[in-house]
Design a protein around this ligand. Sequence first.
Ligand code: TXA
Ligand code: MG
Length: 334
Amino acid sequence: MRSGGVNSKLSDLITRDVTLATAKISSSHLCAIPTETVYGLAANAADSSAVQRVFQAKGRPTDHPLIVHVQNLEIAKRWLPDLPEWSIALADHFWPGPLTIVGARSHLATDFVTAGQNTVAVRVPHHPVVQELLRELSCHGILGLVAPSANKFGHVSPTTAEHVRDDLGEYLSQHSDVILDGGPCEVGLESTIVLATGDQPVILRPGAITSDDIYEVTGITPSINQDSATKVSGNLASHYSPRARVELIVGENAMEYSSPAGFLALSDSLTPIDLVRLASPKNTEEFATILYAALREGDRLNLPVIYVKVPSEGKLSTALLDRLGRAAHQGDFH
Ligand code: TXA
Ligand code: MG
């Protein structure tokens, strides 16, 4: 049990004050930030001790590189000076938005951000609160924020400020860090990551920007990442995992359900007898938006199993299946 004192400190953690967030980041503190995808745990990308604390807070291995969040394409080019033409077209079209580009790094991207790789991942988020924060930070000469998802390593990503507090609240309040509240995330799944070091886009992590979207803008068919040497922690077989065991229902297969258990499916699916309905999204987009909150709700109810009927159609179905496959994997994090 937490003491009342710790609880009241935990409630002070969440703020809507962008100027306070700017002051915290400028003075080497961490600040969880809202983005359109998921909440990130941000630090000044040029501040090695603050970046080290991001790894510490998450319990993330230090050989996993971070994404740098910047205000616009012009600043992104200072981190990524050698982008191929096709990727500039992509950035121009989808930034600000849920797209991360990995390319050859400039001197701005240090080893403590890239984990020693000669590439750096950069994204321009479109959430208005983080855009305002990046604008204020640029007045202090801060050109980029590292921001991995603001959860404990391997756990479900947070899509509200309260989720961040549930995972990292004690650590953040002990260090006088803050959580900037921008409301629930719109997309709900992490950004699409595209490797841009050659003639062809390579999708390292699927997201809301799909392979078809990339083809439409670049005229080039992307390939899907086969390179297990590239450190993409979201590509570990087990990731995005709640405490509950996740069981996927694919197609119309008849299943035997154990209970107690949670159930998550589109609103046109009836809840099997004895299962606890966790959410009833109307379409695939809404499914993606509420997925992580629903998995967290299953844990809050102490359900040992969550059955998930995965939508097979819609723009976000590839990304959803990717995340749910990892959430369902019985691996290192159970
Ligand atoms: O939507 C998102 O991308 C969220 C929000 C907060 O922006 N961020 C996020 O960060 O998902 P994170 O750290 O949880 O996932 C970033 C992924 C990791 O799998 C990491 O390994 C990969 O990006 N990554 C970072 N730099 C890379 C690089 N140079 N080469 C290949 N993969 C890289
Ligand atoms: Mg993550």
